[in-house]
Design a protein around this ligand. Structure first.
Ligand SMILES: [Ca+2]
Ligand SMILES: [Ca+2]
Length: 375
C-alpha cells in the first residue's frame, strides 16, 4: 500500500489503534518517527514546518510501546532510562531510571493495569506504574540475553523470552510463575524444544495463546497459556525475528528477516494464508486491528512498509510478491473498496511477440480481458 521513509535501523514499531498512530524507533538515528496511519505520512512533532519533519529525539532509543488508553508513548533508551512521552503534545513527561548500568531491552504495556514492563540484561522485568511514573518492582524472573516481551492483559501475565526459554511473571503479585508447578526444581520457565534465539513474542489473550519467533531456528512456537506448554511448532523459515497478533481479524503476522517478507497465519488453524515482500531486512512487525493494517520496519531499506491485511491474507506468497492468476481469459478480479488501492494488473502471455518488443515474454498485441469488479 505504502512505503514510508524513516530513519536508520528501524528496529521497533508500536501501533496506537485509538489515535491511528504508528511509532518507529530509528536505532542508529537516536530518534522515533511518528506516522499518521490515515495519511501514511510522517508527523512533524514540533509542528514547525520551517525546520522540516522533526522526529522525537532520544539518545540510544531501542524499543517503543504505547498505552492507547492514556495516550502515553514509552521508549527505552540510553543506558538506564524509560522515557514517557505525551502522545498529544509529543513532550517528554518523565525519564524513569530503570537499572543503573544495564541497558534496557524489550518493552511492553498492560493498558488494563497501566503498568509498563522493561527487561534488563540480568534476567529481570522492571515494573513501572503508569500513573506515578515510578519503578514499583524489579522482578528476577530469569534468563540473560535479550528476547521479546509480551503482556496478557486479561490474565495479567508478562512473558519474557531469552534463549530457548520464556519466563512468566504474575502481574498481580509481581512474582515469577513456576510453570511446571514443582517448587523442588526451582522456578521453571516454558522451554522451547529447539535451540533458538527467541525474538519477538506476541499474545492473543482472546484464545490464551502465545506466539514466539525463534529467529535463526526458522520456526514459530505456539504456546498454550493455560498449560504453559508448546502446543505446536510452525515452520516459517527466513529467520523469523518478530511476530504480531491481530485478534480482530484472527491472524498472526511473522516478519522474516532474511526472506524480506511478512507472512500471514490463520489463528484458528495455524496455517499460512498469504504473505508479501517487504523492504530489506524486516526486523519488527505490528498490526492495527482497527484499520486492518500491518506495519513492518525494514532495517535494510530504512523504511516502514504499510500492508493491507485483507490483501495480505489472500495473496499466495511468491518470490516476486505478485499473485498469479491462471486462465484462458477473460479473468475476473474482485476488489473491495479500500482493499487494493495499490493493486496493478499485469498480463503475461506465453506467445512469441512481434519484432521490436523488448521483452519476449510479453505480447502487447494480444487482446485479453481483465475485468476488475468492485464488490
Ligand atoms: Ca519541524
Ligand atoms: Ca519448578
Amino acid at each position: 500500500m505504502a512505503t514510508i521513509p524513516v530513519g536508520r535501523d528501524p528496529g521497533s514499531v508500536a501501533v496506537d489503534p485509538n489515535n491511528n498512530r504508528i511509532y518507529v524507533v530509528n536505532r542508529l538515528d537516536n530518534s522515533i518517527s511518528v506516522i499518521d496511519g490515515l495519511t501514511n505520512t510522517e508527523i512533524d512533532t514540533d509542528n514547525d514546518a520551517g525546520n522540516g519533519v522533526t522526529r522525537l529525539s532520544f539518545g540510544g532509543a531501542w524499543a517503543v510501546a504505547v498505552n492507547p488508553t492514556t495516550n502515553r508513548i514509552y521508549a527505552t533508551g540510553g543506558s538506564i532510562t524509560l522515557r514517557v512521552i505525551d502522545g498529544a503534545s509529543y513532550s517528554t513527561v518523565a525519564d524513569v531510571s530503570i537499572v543503573s548500568g544495564l541497558a534496557p531491552g524489550s518493552l511492553a504495556v498492560n493498558p488494563a493495569t497501566n503498568r509498563i514492563y522493561v527487561t534488563t540484561g540480568n534476567g529481570a522485568i522492571v515494573v513501572v506504574d503508569g500513573l506515578s511514573d515510578q519503578v514499583i518492582a524489579n522482578v528476577a524472573v530469569g534468563g540473560g540475553t535479550y528476547g521479546g516481551l509480551a503482556v496478557d492483559p486479561i490474565r495479567n501475565r508478562a512473558y519474557r523470552g531469552s534463549g530457548s526459554n520464556v519466563f512468566v511473571m504474575d502481574g498481580a503479585t509481581n512474582t515469577p510463575i513456576d510453570t511446571d508447578g514443582s517448587p523442588a526444581n526451582g522456578i521453571t520457565p516454558i522451554t522451547v524444544p529447539v535451540l533458538s534465539d527467541i525474538g519477538g513474542i506476541a499474545v492473543n489473550q482472546d484464545i490464551n495463546r502465545l506466539y514466539v519467533a525463534l529467529g535463526q531456528n526458522g520456526n514459530i512456537a505456539v504456546i498454550d497459556g493455560s498449560t504453559y506448554t508448546v502446543s505446536q511448532i510452525l515452520s516459517s523459515g527466513g529467520n523469523p525475528v518478530d511476530v504480531a497478533v491481530d485478534k480482530a481479524n484472527e491472524k498472526i503476522y511473522i516478519a522474516r528477516k532474511s526472506g524480506n517478507q511478512v507472512v500471514a497465519v490463520e489463528a484458528s488453524t495455524n496455517t499460512s494464508v498469504g504473505g508479501m515482500v517487504t523492504g530489506a531486512t524486516p526486523q519488527a512487525v505490528a498490526a492495527n486491528e482497527g484499520s486492518n493494517r500491518v506495519y513492518v520496519a525494514n532495517a535494510g531499506s530504512t523504511t516502514l512498509s504499510v500492508l493491507n491485511g485483507t490483501y495480505l491474507n489472500h495473496l499466495p506468497l511468491q518470490s516476486s510478491g505478485f499473485r498469479r492468476i491462471d486462465g484462458t481469459g477473460p479473468v475476473d478480479v474482485h476488489v473491495r473498496p479500500g482493499d487494493y488501492e495499490d493493486m496493478r494488473v499485469f498480463v503475461k502471455m506465453p506467445f512469441a511477440v512481434p519484432d521490436g518488443c523488448a521483452d519476449a515474454s510479453w505480447n502487447v498485441s494480444l487482446v485479453w480481458t481483465v475485468r476488475i469488479h468492485a464488490s
